[in-house]
Design a protein around this ligand. Structure first.
Ligand SMILES: NC(=O)c1ccc[n+]([C@@H]2O[C@H](COP(=O)([O-])OP(=O)(O)OC[C@H]3O[C@@H](n4cnc5c(N)ncnc54)[C@H](OP(=O)(O)O)[C@@H]3O)[C@@H](O)[C@H]2O)c1
Length: 321
């Protein structure tokens, strides 16, 4: 079988190699799955660079979420989504998934959409509901609203009954957020989002801020968080990890809430199937629908990851065999 492999650390376009690897074998509690679609995530780039929180030994195959077809056993023929564990990720022809972590999907759901309905939506649902305690009628600010994590959060925020403000870099991305249903969208590459958020919330600020950018964006978010608001720390796409001064949180009565969705696999695994169920219901009601910004052949994995790292994509980028 063939897979993309990182044999030395660096930029994806330099270090990913399409090589013959051994055929994966499913052991007790695992399923062998043919990959029908693999969705890319920013952490795939960080993994290639060796700066992600997980640091698998070389060589490894990135690719954190797939949609595929089970090849044998009692579930043969089932279409499932799941996250193949490192070092044998989803940028491959076949993967092994844990049986409990392989979730069935409706027949009508296209493979590309299904592949994009795992990590960013699970993260968004857990981040907004469990960690952010978002309530109907509250104001949610989603940073980088046109990205993979951001597009999911806009849809999930609207589905939860929130008023959604999104930020995005540039007019095209602003339009993407509007099309997804965001109530207010701010081009934060041109305008000061702090002033804009205060303006549209009568000076109160946002109740929940979903921040996958970090750095200056986090620093500024502290200036437009509401009384008893929650800033959910999701990621650091901007590159800098900001500090959270505790005196500021005290004076303004807000919380800084960390979110590492992958930890639930080990610390509280029941959260993940429960979240899958909730997401499937939202899909059935038409309240969520992954935005696939690009569908490319698996052979273009290095170029696709380079585009993702350069802020050149919207929604999810999905690769098909
Ligand atoms: N906590 C968790 O459990 C969890 C789960 C999944 C992902 N994440 C994290 O969430 C973040 C976003 O992931 P994603 O897959 O949604 O990526 P993505 O689709 O590439 O979106 C990232 C967005 O961040 C914005 N951005 C701002 N500064 C940037 C910079 N210097 N370089 C690149 N992008 C920049 C860009 O939007 P604009 O151009 O509009 O600014 C870009 O579209 C990553 O940090 C990832 O590690 C965390």
């Amino acid at each position: 079988m063939k897979a993309w492999q990182v044999q030395e650390l660096g930029e994806p376009q330099d270090v990913l190699k399409w090589v013959d690897v051994g055929e994966p074998t499913a052991t007790e509690g695992q399923l062998l799955v043919k990959v029908d679609a693999v969705a890319l995530n920013f952490p795939d780039i960080l993994l290639c660079r060796g700066i992600y929180q997980e640091k698998p030994a070389l060589p490894f195959t990135p690719g954190m979420e797939i949609c595929g077809t089970v090849l044998d056993g009692p579930r043969a023929g089932q279409r499932v989504i799941g996250g193949p564990g490192l070092p044998h990720g989803g940028l491959a022809e076949r993967v092994v998934l844990s049986e409990v972590g392989a979730f069935t999907i409706p027949d009508a759901m296209p493979a590309a959409k299904a592949a994009g309905l795992m990590i960013t939506y699970q993260t968004g649902y857990v981040g907004l509901h469990r960690r952010g305690q978002l309530k109907d009628g509250e104001t949610l600010l989603v940073h980088a609203g046109a990205g993979g994590v951001g597009t999911a959060a806009i849809q999930l925020g609207k589905a939860a009954g929130a008023r959604v403000i999104a930020t995005a870099g540039g007019p095209e991305k602003v339009q993407v957020c509007k099309d997804l249903g965001a109530d207010v969208v701010i081009d934060y590459s041109a305008d000061d989002f702090v002033a804009a958020v205060k303006d549209v919330t009568d000076g109160q600020g946002a109740d929940v801020i979903y921040d996958s950018v970090g750095g200056d964006t986090f620093d500024k978010s502290r200036k437009c968080i509401a009384f008893e608001g929650r800033i959910v720390v999701v990621g650091f796409a901007g590159g800098r990890i900001a500090d959270a001064p505790t005196n500021h949180a005290l004076v303004k009565n807000y919380s800084v809430v960390g979110l590492h969705w992958g930890r639930y696999r080990h610390k509280d695994p029941a959260v993940i199937p429960a979240t899958h169920e909730a997401l499937m219901q939202l899909w059935e009601k038409g309240l969520i629908d992954p935005l696939i910004g690009a569908e490319l052949p698996l052979s273009q994995a290095p170029q696709a990851l380079a585009r993702l790292g350069d802020r050149g994509t919207v929604g999810k980028v999905v690769l098909l065999p």
